[in-house]
Design a protein around this ligand. Structure first.
Ligand code: NAP
Length: 303
């Protein structure tokens, strides 16, 4: 795992393999994050809205102690919950929320702080100004956005604000977002891929785990004719590894989430094989447009 990084425009290196923690309850987060660090992950993704920053922070401390590395060897992302129901955090409240996240995590700084979603023009401009201030204070080494489309980012620039260093969006073979990715890459903004494993039949299969997958997608995920099953067999890896490999081979940091220690280890093994040109060409033809993890937040639906 070590050595697979990508530089953000601000010079900070982001590991391509990250560990996602959405839907991991606070009381399970420490064990999951510790297992991830033991398995070689050096990048952990959480958010104020996940309600697990305390457990994630404990897992980071336990993991670092277990493998004998320091804070500077792990990349930690958290996200500002912008507000909801028309009530959004002011610039001052952004600062308070950030301090609360640092305190829950038990950290003095984060490596990346993101605005979780671009709900309204007023909200995103005010909050982005505040987030840029946190970067200037040194407590967020890099800053960015999540679920923003091209127009949302152009609005920040038109308001005289700096470009984000990253935009975390749903990216996998079924939601490739070529227009947004081209814009991000052309402007030095790193696309971070979330929900890489959507095409798997096991993705958020647990009861109560919301998913916008259609019946057709479910059937395709289970089908023995799935192109990912064929690629997995060809390379002697799992379908999950094929999907994650597509992400990192495309240059996107990926954030697989699991609470199963065996899957956590499996998902980390994405640098020992390569998808070939045929695989990449087949996958390029599988795009279905918008994502399914969070339909209202998806940048394609917000265009
Ligand atoms: N910015 C945003 O708005 C946003 C939105 C969504 C996600 N995210 C971030 O991205 C991370 C990843 O996205 P995600 O949690 O939606 O989904 P994901 O990582 O793509 O997939 C997780 C699902 O796949 C299952 N799974 C994991 N590894 C597997 C394997 N090797 N084989 C079979 N099934 C496997 C997991 O079940 P088990 O846990 O039971 O193994 C879980 O149901 C999140 O945790 C979060 O950090 C951000």
């Amino acid at each position: 795992m070590a050595g697979h990084y990508r530089a953000l425009a601000v010079g900070v290196e982001i590991p391509l393999l990250g560990f996602g923690t959405y839907l991991i309850p606070d009381e399970q987060a420490a064990d999951a994050v510790e297992a991830a660090i033991r398995a070689g992950y050096r990048h952990i993704d959480t958010a104020e809205a996940y309600g697990n920053e305390r457990g994630v922070g404990e897992g980071i401390r336990r993991g670092l102690a277990a493998v004998g590395i320091g804070r500077d060897e792990i990349f930690v992302t958290t996200k500002l919950f912008p507000g909801m129901g028309g009530v959004f955090k002011s610039a001052r409240e952004v600062e308070t929320a950030f301090e609360a996240s640092l305190s829950a995590l038990g950290l003095e700084h984060v490596d990346l702080y993101l605005i979780h979603a671009p709900f309204t023009p007023e909200q995103r401009l005010e909050q982005w100004g505040a987030v840029v201030g946190l970067h200037e204070s040194g407590r967020a080494r890099a800053v960015g956005v999540s679920n923003f489309n091209v127009r949302h980012i152009e609005e920040l620039v038109a308001a005289g604000l700096p470009l984000p260093h990253a935009n975390q969006i749903e990216l996998h073979p079924w939601s490739q977002k070529p227009e947004i990715v081209r814009f991000l890459e052309g402007n030095g903004i790193v696309p971070i891929a979330y929900s890489s494993l959507v095409p798997l039949s096991t993705w958020r299969a647990a009861p109560g785990h919301a998913s916008g997958k259609t019946d057709e997608m479910r059937a395709d995920g289970e089908s023995g004719d799935s192109p990912f099953k064929a690629m997995a067999a060809k390379h002697g890896v799992s379908e999950a590894q094929v999907l994650l490999r597509w992400g990192v081979q495309s240059g996107y940091p990926v954030l697989p989430k699991s609470t199963d220690p065996a899957r956590i280890r499996e998902n980390a093994e994405v640098f020992s094989f390569e998808l070939d040109e045929d695989d990449m060409r087949v996958i390029a033809g599988l795009d279905r447009g918008a994502g399914v993890a969070w339909r209202t937040g998806d940048p394609v639906n917000n265009a």
